[in-house]
Write a protein that binds this ligand. Sequence first.
Ligand SMILES: C[S@@+](CC[C@H](N)C(=O)[O-])C[C@H]1O[C@@H](n2cnc3c(N)ncnc32)[C@H](O)[C@@H]1O
Length: 270
Amino acid sequence: MRYIEFINKYKDLPNVELEAIYFILEEVNHLSRSEFLLKRNEGIEQELLTQCTYMVEEYIYHSIPVQYLVGHAYFYGYCFKVNPNVLIPRFDTEVVVDQVLKETKKMNATSIVDVGTGSGCIAIAIKKKLPQVKVVASDISLEALKVAKENKEILNVDIEIKESDLLQNINEKFDIIVSNPPYIDESEELSSLVRNHEPHLALFSPNHGMYHYEQILIQSKNCLKEKGIIIFEIPSNHSNELVEIVKKYYSIIEIYQDLNHLNRVMVIRT
Ligand SMILES: C[S@@+](CC[C@H](N)C(=O)[O-])C[C@H]1O[C@@H](n2cnc3c(N)ncnc32)[C@H](O)[C@@H]1O
C-alpha cells in the first residue's frame, strides 16, 4: 500500500486528525515531514505497514494517544520517551520554559526545582539550555520518575531526580520554583483521548483545580531563596481565580500569554 492510500483510508473517519496519521507514518518510518511528503506516492514496507495499521487503528477505535503508541513526544526540540504513566508534553508548556530561561538570565539564577516533572520535559529542556544551572526534578509518582530518569539518560543531562509530594521532601532553597501542576477540575469536560488515557494524577486537582497551586504556594516559603520566584503554567480559563489565591501569599503577580494569546504563564515575585 502507498502512503497516500493509507492516509485516504483513514482520514475522513469521525474524530480523526490528519496530523495524528502523519505522526504515526513519520515516526514508524523514520521520516521527516519533508521526506514523508516526497514519498507520499511510494509504497510502505510490509512490516512497517503492519505496525502503522495497528497504531492508527488503536488511535481511531480505542482513542489511544498517538504519542503513547509511538512511545515518544517532541518538546522544545527534544524527543522525550513517554508512556501512560506520564502526561504527554504539550506545545503550550514550551512558553513556560521560555519564561524560566528569561528569568534565569535576568536574575542570574543558579538553582531551579521543577515540581511535578512527569516525563521530565520542563527540567530537561531547561538543563539543556542552561547546563551550568542546578536543576532538580521532582514528582510524587515513582512510575513518572522512572520515565524522567530514562529521559535524563537518553538526553544526557545532569539533573537531580527526587521523589516528593510537592515540596515536602525538598530540603533546600532555590532561585526558581517552576511547576505545571495538575489543574483540571474532575467535572470539566475533557476529550476521551485525555480522560481515558492520561494519568489522572497528572490531570486533576481538587478545589476547582486550585489545590496543588495553593499547596505549592504555602510550601514555597521554605524552598525559595530571598528574591526567589515561582513560575506556574496556568489554565487560561481560570487565571483570575488563581490570582485571587496567589494574592493570599504573594503580592507581585505577572501573567504572560502563549502563542494563541491565552493566559498561560504566571510569574510570582517575592
Ligand atoms: C500536569 S502534569 C505535568 C508534567 C510535566 N511537568 C509536563 O509539563 O508535561 C503534573 C505532574 O504532577 C505530578 N503530581 C501530581 N500530584 C503531585 C504531588 N502531590 N506532588 C508532586 N507531584 C505531583 C503528576 O504525577 C504529574 O507528573
